[in-house]
Unconditional design. Sequence first.
Length: 207
Amino acid sequence: MTKSLHNREDAILRAAEREFLAKGFEGARTTSIAEAAGVTHAMLHYYFRTKEQLFERILDEKLHLMSQTVLSAFGEPGLPLAERLRNGIGRHFDFVAENPDLPRFIVNEVFARPERYELMRRRIGPLAGSLMREMQQELDAAAACGRAEPIDARMLLLDIISINVFPFLAYPLIGPLLGDLAADRETFFARRRAEHIEVILRRLNIH
């Protein structure tokens, strides 16, 4: 693929990402995507024959990025369990910070079209399942030695996702309520990132 062809495809993908995240699959229009990407409608369909194909490419890219940057952080070999958890929680928070509309988008799309869950399961299921089994073994070993509180690794992952995603979903509502605490968005989320790591580690009481 020549550089110009690659650039056009990338422009289409980035425009499609913005359109889908803002409007969802049903609300997105390929004519708007083509216009934002600076290509003709016919050229968009040359690269991606259907809106469904373009949507699945965007969703697949996001899920792949999440599995590589987030889940892999929990499985870094050679690091103590507490350090791996710090890295994993932090990277997940950073991923959500870079993609703040993605959690709401995924939930809405799965509710609207449950068959999309299968695409998600295929992409992140095997890696998440393997990671959870390994993490559970480490958590059980730490608990057996009195170095941590016992916990189901799946519940731990749910805790991490919940605590990291909520501030981004709720910020438009909680921002005015928190006053000067949330006045500077960047400072607020930096403080939340550090707090979330400590909350999870305190919950586990790792030592």
